[in-house]
Design a protein around this ligand. Structure first.
Ligand SMILES: Nc1ncnc2c1ncn2[C@@H]1O[C@H](COP(=O)(O)OP(=O)(O)OP(=O)(O)O)[C@@H](O)[C@H]1O
Ligand SMILES: Nc1nc2c(c(=O)[nH]1)N=C(CO)CN2
Length: 159
């Protein structure tokens, strides 16, 4: 059983429903244990697209890292995501931030997520559920995707 942290985002369709559906689909392979608030965030990288909802969750799983990645891609697809512009709009995005204390560098999977520490929309919700994992310096330096507001409380994610 490994402790994992996942980032979730949506900026197309019914964004909250997409996040809720995506998290519910993780069961039974992933048992979620902590949920951040849901943040409204300005789109980073490709700025000319609708704002995102972003959250971070923690959980436990027996899935190996690549099996977990395959599950996340399957859930994104079931939520209507199709190949598109890098950093472009999508109904659902699920990323592996951390997988225990494992470090992994393969062609299709890098853990810790290589861009997590530049992303305000990841570090703010991660700091909320795991303050020891994020320093105040890291929070201050994360510049991509400014957090606009807390849009929904974490209780909206417990289904
Ligand atoms: N830790 C990770 N979590 C999820 N995907 C990863 C990770 N490391 C590498 N990838 C690879 O990144 C590919 C592109 O992912 P995705 O389409 O979500 O990118 P993106 O959201 O546009 O950008 P980013 O990866 O920076 O969030 C995935 O198909 C996956 O193989
Ligand atoms: N604020 C914010 N911006 C983004 C996000 C995201 O989840 N939140 N995801 C993207 C696709 O990788 C590109 N830009």
């Amino acid at each position: 059983m490994t402790i994992i942290y996942l980032a979730i985002g949506s900026n197309q369709g019914d964004r909250l429903a997409n996040v809720q559906t995506g998290l519910a689909a993780l069961a039974p392979a992933v048992q979620l244990t902590s949920y951040s608030s849901v943040y409204e965030t300005a789109a980073a990288y490709v700025e000319d697209q609708p704002p995102f909802l972003n959250a971070v969750v923690a959980g436990t799983t027996d899935l190996a890292p690549h099996a977990l990645l395959a599950l996340l891609k399957q859930i994104e697809h079931a939520c209507g995501r199709r190949p598109g512009l890098r950093y472009g709009p999508r109904p659902l995005d699920l990323d592996i931030l951390l997988y225990g204390d494992q470090q992994l560098q393969s062609a299709d999977l890098i853990i810790p997520h290589p861009r997590m520490f530049e992303r305000d929309f990841v570090l703010r919700p991660l700091a909320e559920i795991a303050p020891k994992l994020v320093s105040s310096e890291q929070l201050a330096q994360a510049s991509q995707g400014s957090v606009l507001a807390i849009a929904y409380p974490a209780t909206q994610l417990h289904l």
